[in-house]
Each structure stands twice: as structure tokens, then as C-alpha cells.
Design a protein around this ligand. Structure first.
Ligand SMILES: [Zn+2]
Length: 71
């Protein structure tokens, strides 16, 4: 039987795996110089991380994910 610590561990692992999968998918893409959402230029630091959203859009999306996530 899974106790609370196991359940919490599973949730943390699942979250880590999800983040790694997102980063792997991003690494396979060519660098993006302009935001996918608003087409504003992306800073070189974010380009290096293969991010495809500007900081504003990334923050908006992160906030939306937090509101709508059901896990
Ligand atoms: Zn943007």
C-alpha cells in the first residue's frame, strides 16, 4: 500500500519527467529568435535555452497552466 510519502514522491517524479520531456522536445528544435505567441524578439539568453516564448508569454502560460492543471 502506498503511503503519503510515496504518493508525494510519485508526483514529484512525474513533474520532473514532464519537465525533462519538455526540455528534450525543445532541444530538438532550432533556436527561435521571435516569440511564437506575440512575435516579439526573444532575448539571447532565452534563445540559448531553446525557449520559444518571450518572458511575458512564458509567464502568462505558466500562470494559465497553474490555474487549469488538474493533477
Ligand atoms: Zn511573447
Amino acid at each position: 500500500m502506498a503511503d503519503e510519502a510515496d504518493i508525494a514522491n510519485d508526483a514529484i517524479l512525474a513533474d520532473m519527467e514532464r519537465r525533462i520531456a519538455i526540455q528534450r522536445a525543445a532541444a530538438n528544435r532550432p533556436p527561435v529568435t521571435h516569440c511564437e505567441e506575440c512575435e516579439e524578439p526573444i532575448t539571447p539568453a532565452r534563445q540559448k535555452l531553446r525557449l520559444h516564448l518571450c518572458l511575458d508569454c512564458a509567464q502568462l502560460r505558466e500562470r494559465a497552466n497553474r490555474v487549469f492543471r488538474r493533477d
